[in-house]
Design a protein around this ligand. Structure first.
Ligand SMILES: Nc1ncnc2c1ncn2[C@@H]1O[C@H](COP(=O)(O)OP(=O)(O)OP(=O)(O)O)[C@@H](O)[C@H]1O
Ligand SMILES: CC(C)(CO)[C@@H](O)C(=O)[O-]
Ligand code: BAL
Length: 279
């Protein structure tokens, strides 16, 4: 596996690969890799000639400096895992080079960013859109792979690709979970044992909400799921929403053929986790 860090190196390499007619599959990550990331890498490998994975903890998308400071960084281990999986190129730029120019881009995703993650993490999607645009320019992929765990991020990136006419295909893969249902996440590493023990309750609350929505109005079903989570004092819910799976706008009622997602964000101590289910 080739490990590149400089912007000019990755640019030249992918330019050459494109000229040779190779199809490039790209998996952008922030590292501390787990099976969720590897599922994306395997999909990228299956459908392309060359796979590129980026590992970059993007300062521009963190609204909380402690979250940025404490984000797990395990580049050497990540590189080993990627090599073992047959990844062709690891791209791990330095923040100083990615953000040499101080000027920040400014995006407007309208109502898509006014709910959930966008509402609770000011500037987050501007930072995501900035870095993803830069990465797409540098890597020039034919396909880019993302996880459903970041459902709103995927919707934002779909809009970004339309707005900036990126010539690539976006692919979203399902959430990989631990055996007890907890969605895999790099931030899970930061959970203390007693927080890790209670963390599967988040997924259980989503399942409970899904079940209740079959017989109850949205508001009542949400109350039941919130009451379930209130039983666990280590969990502080930031939001629990029933939304249209494409527009991500909150729904007051759910009808048969509508694509619906239930999404939550919650803190265990200072670790903030998100999860969702598609109905
Ligand atoms: N459990 C998972 N299953 C499938 N894809 C996932 C999973 N977790 C993350 N991904 C996807 O991997 C890509 C990189 O995500 P990222 O590096 O932020 O990892 P993460 O585990 O989501 O970390 P964190 O949630 O702690 O930021 C994103 O497209 C994300 O949606
Ligand atoms: C897409 C991404 C790599 C951009 O930094 C990040 O938001 C993530 O890991 O989901
Ligand atoms: N996977 C989403 C990246 C973030 O939480 O900043």
């Amino acid at each position: 596996m080739l490990h590149l860090s400089s912007l000019s190196d990755i640019r030249q390499h992918t330019e050459l690969l494109r000229q040779q007619g190779q199809r490039i599959g790209f998996v952008p990550t922030m590292g501390a890799l787990h099976e969720g990331h590897l599922s994306l890498l395997r999909a990228a490998k299956n459908q392309n000639d060359i796979t590129v994975c980026s590992v970059f903890v993007n300062p521009a998308q963190f609204n909380n400096p402690d979250d940025y400071r404490l984000y797990p960084r395990l580049l050497e281990k990540d590189a080993q895992m990627l090599a073992q999986e047959g990844c062709d190129i690891l791209f791990s730029p330095l923040a100083e080079e990615m953000y040499k120019q101080k000027a920040r881009l400014s995006f407007d995703f309208g109502e898509l960013e006014q709910v959930m993650e966008g509402a609770h993490r000011p500037g987050h999607f501007n930072g995501v859109a900035t870095v993803v645009s830069k990465l797409f320019h540098l890597v020039k992929p034919h396909q880019a792979f993302f996880g459903q765990k970041d459902l709103q991020q995927f919707a934002i990136i779909q809009q970004l690709v339309l707005d900036l006419s990126f010539d690539l295909e976006l692919i979203c893969y399902p959430i990989i979970r631990e055996e007890d249902g907890l969605a895999m996440s790099s931030r899970n590493r930061r959970l203390a044992p007693e927080q890790r023990e209670v963390a599967p309750r988040l997924y259980q609350a989503l399942e409970l909400l899904r079940e209740k929505l079959q017989t109850m109005p949205v508001a009542q079903a949400k109350k039941e799921a919130e009451a379930f989570l209130h039983r666990f004092p280590q969990i502080r819910v930031e939001y629990l929403e029933v939304v249209h799976a494409q527009t991500l706008q909150p729904l007051e009622e759910v009808s048969g053929n509508m694509p619906v997602a239930i999404c939550l964000a919650a803190f265990l101590g200072d670790v903030r986790l998100i999860d969702n289910l598609l109905l």
